[in-house]
Design a protein. Sequence first.
Length: 75
Amino acid sequence: MLITEENINRARLLTLRTALKLEVLGLKRGGRSAYVILKDELGLKGSRESVLQQVERYLEMVEEQSMLIDQGLSE
Protein backbone atom coordinates (compact mmCIF):
# COMPACT_ATOMS: atom_id res chain seq x y z
CA MET A 1 0.00 0.00 0.00
CA LEU A 2 1.35 3.38 -0.99
CA ILE A 3 1.38 6.33 1.36
CA THR A 4 -1.15 8.66 -0.19
CA GLU A 5 -3.52 11.24 1.21
CA GLU A 6 -6.40 8.81 0.67
CA ASN A 7 -4.64 6.04 2.61
CA ILE A 8 -3.70 8.42 5.42
CA ASN A 9 -7.33 9.55 5.72
CA ARG A 10 -8.50 5.92 5.72
CA ALA A 11 -5.99 5.01 8.45
CA ARG A 12 -7.15 8.01 10.50
CA LEU A 13 -10.79 6.91 10.19
CA LEU A 14 -9.86 3.37 11.23
CA THR A 15 -8.04 4.77 14.27
CA LEU A 16 -11.01 6.96 15.21
CA ARG A 17 -13.34 3.96 14.79
CA THR A 18 -11.18 1.93 17.18
CA ALA A 19 -11.13 4.81 19.67
CA LEU A 20 -14.92 5.07 19.44
CA LYS A 21 -15.24 1.33 20.12
CA LEU A 22 -13.25 1.87 23.32
CA GLU A 23 -15.39 4.88 24.25
CA VAL A 24 -18.52 2.73 23.84
CA LEU A 25 -16.97 0.34 26.37
CA GLY A 26 -16.43 3.25 28.78
CA LEU A 27 -12.81 4.26 28.20
CA LYS A 28 -12.16 8.01 28.44
CA ARG A 29 -9.52 9.98 26.57
CA GLY A 30 -8.11 13.46 26.95
CA GLY A 31 -9.21 16.20 24.57
CA ARG A 32 -12.07 15.78 22.13
CA SER A 33 -13.65 12.36 22.02
CA ALA A 34 -13.57 10.23 18.89
CA TYR A 35 -17.39 10.39 19.04
CA VAL A 36 -17.39 14.20 18.71
CA ILE A 37 -14.67 14.20 16.03
CA LEU A 38 -16.51 11.65 13.87
CA LYS A 39 -19.85 13.43 14.30
CA ASP A 40 -18.31 16.75 13.27
CA GLU A 41 -16.26 15.45 10.34
CA LEU A 42 -18.80 13.05 8.85
CA GLY A 43 -21.97 14.91 9.84
CA LEU A 44 -23.34 11.96 11.82
CA LYS A 45 -26.04 12.05 14.48
CA GLY A 46 -27.07 9.74 17.28
CA SER A 47 -25.65 7.89 20.24
CA ARG A 48 -22.14 6.51 20.41
CA GLU A 49 -23.40 3.08 19.39
CA SER A 50 -25.36 4.37 16.38
CA VAL A 51 -22.46 6.58 15.28
CA LEU A 52 -20.20 3.53 15.47
CA GLN A 53 -22.59 1.60 13.20
CA GLN A 54 -22.71 4.53 10.76
CA VAL A 55 -18.90 4.74 10.71
CA GLU A 56 -18.69 0.98 10.03
CA ARG A 57 -21.04 1.36 7.03
CA TYR A 58 -19.11 4.40 5.80
CA LEU A 59 -15.80 2.52 5.95
CA GLU A 60 -17.35 -0.42 4.07
CA MET A 61 -18.43 1.96 1.29
CA VAL A 62 -14.96 3.52 1.16
CA GLU A 63 -13.37 0.06 0.89
CA GLU A 64 -15.78 -0.97 -1.90
CA GLN A 65 -15.02 2.21 -3.86
CA SER A 66 -11.30 1.69 -3.38
CA MET A 67 -11.55 -1.90 -4.64
CA LEU A 68 -13.50 -0.77 -7.71
CA ILE A 69 -10.88 1.88 -8.48
CA ASP A 70 -8.08 -0.66 -8.00
CA GLN A 71 -9.82 -3.11 -10.34
CA GLY A 72 -10.24 -0.39 -12.95
CA LEU A 73 -6.54 0.44 -12.80
CA SER A 74 -5.44 -3.17 -13.21
CA GLU A 75 -7.53 -3.78 -16.33
